[in-house]
Design a protein. Structure first.
Length: 111
């Protein structure tokens, strides 16, 4: 049995063993990319679009669309969000909060 991961309560309080800020930021980027990917997939399916059809609307390849849906399109850029909003007919709301997790939400355009 390995006890190398055990931490003393004084170490937890003092912050010993905390992740560096850049690791925390990268983890938040990954969470955001995964959330966006799920939104893109759900909207594409709701519109009854294939990955190829969405790729054509976006001016991307099918592999690029797959990467977006799997959360592998990093870094997320404003250009990508605008293109997705246009291609999927949605409004993209990105909420970035200091010391909190960023969120992304799609809202359908009103008819």
């Amino acid at each position: 049995m390995s006890h190398t991961r055990w931490k003393l309560s004084r170490d937890r309080r003092s912050g010993v063993g905390r992740e560096p800020a850049e690791v925390v930021a990268e983890r938040e980027q990954i969470r955001l990319a995964l959330a966006l990917g799920q939104l893109v997939y759900d909207r594409r399916v709701a519109l009854d679009l294939t990955q190829a059809a969405l790729a054509e609307r976006l001016g991307m390849t099918v592999d690029d669309v797959e990467a977006v849906e799997l959360g592998g399109m990093l870094p997320l850029t404003a250009d990508l969000l605008v293109r997705l909003a246009t291609a999927l007919g949605v409004t993209v709301d990105l909420h970035v909060v200091a010391d909190g997790q960023p969120t992304v939400v799609f809202a359908e355009h009103a008819a």
